[in-house]
Design a protein around this ligand. Structure first.
Ligand code: SF4
Length: 321
């Protein structure tokens, strides 16, 4: 099959747009979508100049999403040094998994000349995910602990680096899955939070809560296209799956979305378009109702609405076993 835009052979077909694209038009189309998101979600203030650049902290796991994100951001700001990138890798303490992906992170950041910091649950919380899974004091899925610990470290190091933005590599499939899960669970508050955390309104909230604005520039790019991009651009990627990834509900939603997308191309895009609008309305309602005041955790000083933040409560529970 020929590329829709030139005479070269197509390497992919996007059923949702009807396009067949060759290697170079495919890479260009992903670059364009990501840069458009960066422009729309992370508008640079006039105060950002090559002499006084913004610092953007990128969560780099070594998987395809964060590697592709880091590579595109690097090439975007290489010629426009109003942004300085710092990559942060979180080592969860998962045998045979994170060490291999750490090598991919080091190869990429060395090649691109990006500052790279590695932090671990062992150093920060005195625990490792392999032990958390073994003890499981709260009877929860591994990812429920791990997500709280990771978010805490990303926020902590974004603050230590005095970062202006925190960026993660969530793709279109991740976002559509989360959106659908929130709807299916009937969790309106979570819908509102998802809007604040990822759909572009966080600047206002960030100021109010002292939280660092976040962005997900890959959120328009389907997972399969991110994987193809990584392969065609020959990026160092660690492809293995975490042995503890067993979020059963997410797996079911993932299967449902894949089958819907196959039968009705464009479903993920339309879910996200409708969800953004819905989430914006939900976020306004929660703001109007007034949220609980945000104070400081008695143990670590992080922002929290209670006396002790959720991360400290989980760390205490794990270390008490
Ligand atoms: Fe942590 Fe779950 Fe990701 Fe594994 S899959 S690294 S347990 S969040």
């Amino acid at each position: 099959m020929e590329c829709t835009k030139c005479d070269a052979d197509a390497v992919m077909h996007a059923a949702y747009s009807g396009n067949h694209l060759c290697r170079s038009h495919f890479l260009e189309s992903v670059d364009r979508r990501v840069r458009k998101r960066v422009r729309e979600d992370s508008l640079l203030p006039d105060s950002a100049t090559p002499e006084n650049p913004e610092t953007w902290l990128v969560g780099l796991s070594g998987g395809k999403d964060s590697v592709v994100l880091t590579d595109i951001l690097h090439r975007t700001f290489e010629q426009d040094p109003r942004v300085e990138l710092v990559a942060l890798t979180v080592h969860e303490g998962i045998q045979g998994y994170r060490d291999a992906s750490l090598a991919a992170c080091e190869e990429l950041t060395e090649e691109l000349g990006i500052e790279h910091e590695v932090v671990s649950y062992a150093d920060e919380f005195d625990l490792e995910m392999d032990d958390v899974v073994e003890d499981d004091p709260k009877n929860m899925a591994a990812c429920a602990y791990c997500g709280v610990f990771r978010r805490d470290l990303l926020a902590k190091y974004a603050s230590e680096y005095d970062a202006d933005k925190l960026l993660t590599g969530h793709n279109l499939d991740d976002e559509a899955e989360t959106a659908l899960m929130n709807i299916l669970e009937g969790n309106v508050e979570q819908v509102a939070r998802h809007f604040d955390a990822s759909l572009g309104s966080f600047d206002e909230r960030g100021e109010k809560d002292g939280m660092i604005p976040r962005a997900k520039p890959l959120r328009d790019v389907p997972e399969k296209e991110v994987a193809l991009y990584a392969r065609l651009a020959d990026l160092p990627v660690h492809m293995a799956e975490c042995p503890h990834s067993s979020e059963a509900f997410r797996g079911e939603v993932q299967d449902l979305l894949l089958s819907l997308e196959e039968n009705h191309p464009g479903t993920r895009h339309s879910i996200m378009a409708g969800y953004e609008e819905l989430a914006s309305i939900a976020a306004d309602r929660y703001r109007d109702d007034g949220e609980e005041p945000v104070g400081e955790c008695d143990e670590c000083g992080s922002p929290t609405t209670g006396d002790v933040c959720r991360k400290c409560r989980l760390v205490d529970a794990v270390n008490a076993v």
